[in-house]
Ligand binder design. Structure first.
Ligand SMILES: *[C@@H]1O[C@H](CO)[C@@H](O)[C@H](O)[C@H]1NC(C)=O
Ligand SMILES: CC(=O)N[C@H]1CO[C@H](CO)[C@@H](O)[C@@H]1O
Length: 620
């Protein structure tokens, strides 16, 4: 009898996983995710306790010792092993310390495109215990000076190809006593020193760890600039802990030590640098570096270099799906794509066309203290709720008023959590384990990103600026960036949702939806910039039928603007603010425009229509 009870109890135990699995079909994935999370927490804990603490640079040096001959970087026709990269960076470090006397704690601005020297210089600065400020290599004049001044750097190191841009701001830099170095042969401009000859003369002997003895997990490692939707760029402070956390994404995504990653995203942004490069160092893999994204060379590069892991952001995946299908679309070794911002329809297209690639959609902001990863493979979701994750980084979705652009507060002044299935603003608690380092020299913007007295008096949360939804099974969906939603007739309009509908109209290839202000009306009315498919005209009838059938009247774009190409921001997101400011006046906008006349359909926009709207004789 006793034996029988024991047996059934044991059998029951053995069946427990099956029961859990049947109850929750994501059980195994949840479990794997939890185990990875725990592993990461243990590792971070160990790095913290280690004296001196263990940085990404130490990890790189370990790889150099372990696999000196393994290829680290492939760039155009050159390749560099881990050992070569180490030596190159020793030389840069020595050149900088001899000629500039850089010391632990100093900040140096890097102004360079994607090229191996970017890596050598960053490694060199890290070896000296310095902080690198990663300037966007596309900015010029005033913005360049603004970004430079954000981080208190005394030295600027620029790529050879950016000499023109540097000369433009040189007088101001010289006034401020900044030393300017160019990676290039001798330079005859007064005030610009060549760094290349100094590097060539320097020895490649390793540098002493003593040089960075006081750097710890909380010391700033990098400044990365984030633009946000408006205003000047801000320098997000990335400390060593944050750097480690971001690079662990590759762990969660399942990158293996024999993978080869393709980095074409700019290294001055967090996607390319933290998720791409730092993750690659952690795994000790080979990086294929490319100057910049090119849809036409993308797959050829993947074939040429045997790439197995790619990254994406924003509209990149759509760009890859746009060109006509080719026979060799599936001839590649790519097995994993990681990034964020893919739309559900593109996601499905991409898989169908390029084969069985595991897409790991993640969510996170450069300066944020929270992230999600789609560890289950649910199409469209950016992640899934997990109690361990929530315990580690407490977050909530709260009710948001898009009109007043602030969270809704209850009678006691606290924020209100939205029920499951409803869209809300993601906020993440700022605490010891989930700090928010803010922006360099910008207290005002740092404070602006913080929300206080959220659920209890005195608490503080990071305001992500993103609207998310969590469904009944716990899947997390990205809905909108604040600003990507506008309000019309008291209703919220989600621009991505409207765009998804427009894309179902046959003639439309790309759609960018935004809200424009109309004199005498509250809120913003819908407008869409469209790119049409090759050799197709705007089919006003089909477009009207579709929006009428699928969208409530307040969400239908009242104005349509046809463009040859839709502009993107530096992070491959659609440009909305500028278009919204341009409005819908045909006297200003030269692109063909259409106006949705009530109960009639899209008609060509005229000055007369504009005038009647502006004068208020036509109410929208
Ligand atoms: C890619 O892989 C093939 C076969 O596995 C090999 O012959 C080739 O040399 C590899 N190419 C590079 C650039 O490593
Ligand atoms: C890490 C991971 O499991 N990612 C999944 C994300 O979703 C795609 C879509 O199907 C899956 O293929 C991936 O496996």
């Amino acid at each position: 009898m006793v034996a029988y009870v024991l047996y059934s109890a044991l059998a029951g135990l053995a069946l427990l996983p099956l029961w859990l699995y049947l109850k929750n079909s994501y059980f195994l994935q949840d479990l794997r995710y939890a185990l990875t999370g725990i592993q990461i927490a243990i590792r971070i804990g160990r790095f913290k306790r280690q004296k001196p603490f263990y940085s990404i640079l130490d990890c790189f040096l370990d790889k150099v010792a372990k696999q000196p001959q393994k290829k680290f970087v492939l760039f155009e026709e050159s390749s560099y092993t881990y050992s070569q990269a180490d030596k190159e960076s020793n030389r840069v470090a020595r050149a900088l310390s001899t000629h500039v006397h850089l010391r632990e704690g100093d900040t140096v601005a890097l102004f360079m495109g994607n090229e191996p020297h970017f890596l050598w210089t960053w490694l060199a600065l890290t070896k000296l215990g310095c902080t690198a400020s990663l300037l966007n290599c596309n900015i010029r004049s005033k913005s360049l000076l603004h970004c430079f001044s954000c981080c208190d750097a005394k030295v600027l190191v620029a790529g050879a190809d950016l000499r023109g841009a540097v000369e433009e701001v040189l007088p101001t830099l010289r006034e401020q006593g900044i030393r300017v170095f160019l990676l290039g042969e001798a330079c005859d401009v007064e005030g610009i020193e060549s760094l290349s000859d100094k590097i060539q003369q320097a020895s490649d002997e390793p540098l002493s760890r003593e040089l960075r003895a006081n750097v710890n997990l909380k010391s700033p490692a990098l400044y990365i600039y984030t633009s946000g939707t408006t205003g000047l760029p801000k320098a997000a402070v990335i400390n060593h802990e944050r750097m480690w956390m971001a690079s662990f994404i590759q762990n969660v995504a399942g990158v293996r030590s024999d993978d080869i990653i393709y980095i074409y995203l700019p290294l001055y942004h967090s996607a390319g640098f933290l998720m791409g490069l730092c993750g690659a160092i952690d795994k000790g893999i080979t990086v294929v570096l490319r100057k910049k994204f090119s849809a036409s060379s993308f797959w050829n590069d993947c074939r040429k270099y045997n790439v197995t892991v790619i990254q994406y952001i924003g509209e990149i995946m759509r760009y890859l799906c746009n060109p006509p299908k080719r026979d060799n679309d599936r001839d590649h070794k790519v097995r994993l794509a990681l990034g964020n911002g893919i739309r559900a329809d593109t996601w499905a297209d991409f898989l169908q066309r390029f084969g069985d690639i595991c897409i790991c959609e993640c969510y996170g902001a450069t300066e944020g203290n929270i992230g999600f990863v789609n560890y289950t493979g649910k199409i469209g979701a950016i992640g899934k709720e997990h109690f361990l994750h929530k315990m580690g980084c407490p977050y909530a979705l709260i009710r948001y008023d898009t009109e007043r652009e602030e969270p809704v507060r209850d009678s006691r002044g606290f924020c209100i959590k939205v029920p499951r299935g409803e869209t809300g603003l993601l906020v993440a608690k700022i605490g010891k384990r989930t700090p928010f380092s803010g922006y360099a020299k910008n207290k005002q913007q740092t404070e602006k990103k913080k929300l206080t007295d959220v659920f209890v008096k005195g608490d503080a949360y990071f305001n992500s600026g993103d609207l998310l939804r969590i469904d009944s099974e716990g899947f997390v969906y990205f809905q909108d960036r604040i600003g990507d939603t506008f309000r019309w007739k008291g209703e919220n309009v989600a621009t991505t949702e409207v765009a998804d509908h427009l894309l179902m109209v046959n003639c439309i290839e790309e759609a960018n939806v935004y809200g424009v202000k109309v004199p005498g009306h509250e809120g913003r009315i819908g407008m869409a910039a469209l790119k049409l498919k090759d050799n197709m005209d705007f089919d006003s009838k089909a477009a009207y039928q579709h929006v009428k059938n699928y969208l409530p009247s307040y969400a239908r774009p009242r104005f349509i603007r046809i463009q040859d190409t839709l502009l993107l921001t530096g992070t491959f997101k659609q440009m909305k603010v500028k278009l919204a400011e341009e409005g819908f006046n045909p006297a200003v906008i030269k692109d063909p425009m259409f106006y949705l006349e009530e109960n009639k359909g899209y008609v060509p926009m005229t000055q007369q229509i504009f005038n009647s709207i502006a004068e208020g004789t036509v109410r929208l």
